[in-house]
Design a protein around this ligand. Sequence first.
Ligand SMILES: NC(=O)c1ccc[n+]([C@@H]2O[C@H](COP(=O)([O-])OP(=O)(O)OC[C@H]3O[C@@H](n4cnc5c(N)ncnc54)[C@H](OP(=O)(O)O)[C@@H]3O)[C@@H](O)[C@H]2O)c1
Length: 253
Amino acid sequence: MPTAGRTALVTGASEGIGRALARALAAAGYTVTGVARNEERLRTVIDSLGHGHAALVADLASEEGRERVVQAIRQAPFDVLINNAGTATTGPFAEIPLDSATIMMNLNCHALVALAHAFLVGARPGDALINVSSTLAFAPMPNLSVYCATKAFVTSLSESLWHEHKSQGVYVLGLCPGTTATRSQPHNDDLPAGLVQTPEQVAATALTALHRRKQPTVISGKKNTLFATAARALPRRAVLRLLATRPTRQYTR
Ligand SMILES: NC(=O)c1ccc[n+]([C@@H]2O[C@H](COP(=O)([O-])OP(=O)(O)OC[C@H]3O[C@@H](n4cnc5c(N)ncnc54)[C@H](OP(=O)(O)O)[C@@H]3O)[C@@H](O)[C@H]2O)c1
């Protein structure tokens, strides 16, 4: 499908996977609108894409920020929406503040549903929605309980939406990266070499899937595919035991 003249909205476009997606889409000929909270960082990325791209500053964990982006989707229908912005708080469930859990659910689930709904109500044949999930959608992990649950939600939702919309020629994809070297994951020294992908590798997987328009769920990288396959095949208690031994890095944003 020709991409020149097509438009895309990418949430979380100022860093990490979202920034790589924005760059890959712009290089493929899309006009990109990027969303993030920090205006300066977002504008730097958008300006670097070239002429005609736009920055939309909004906090998607807030009602007001969600509404601003929903209105933008309604007013200027996009050909592609990428729900990428997401956050994680690590730690035992009862020890993390309830506020952190609520922000995770608001951003990873509530905002994603609100934007997906606004997009799909007006979607035309050829349009595509990508929801960025995680390989942890397939594997509950102690000390990342709420995050894993939000990503299981995203993958399940994306698969149902894929089926609901495919007869209209609208493609819905749940994209599952594994550990990716972004500011969320700055220290990956304990992981085997080759297990950590770059944001650019994840973006390339997404663009290939967008071109093929076949699978409801795409896992980025062969090793991550193996991990997800094993996590789905093993008894749940075994997966929990295995992942409980893995150190979770302390990060909260
Ligand atoms: N990195 C990994 O290992 C990994 C693995 C699997 C899945 N994922 C998923 O991939 C997606 C991107 O992760 P990443 O590691 O690339 O993240 P990242 O480097 O931390 O970047 C997050 C992006 O989202 C924006 N953002 C954060 N909170 C926001 C909010 N409330 N409203 C609007 N924008 C917000 C950030 O900009 P501002 O801070 O300026 O708002 C930034 O542009 C997430 O959904 C994550 O769960 C990541």
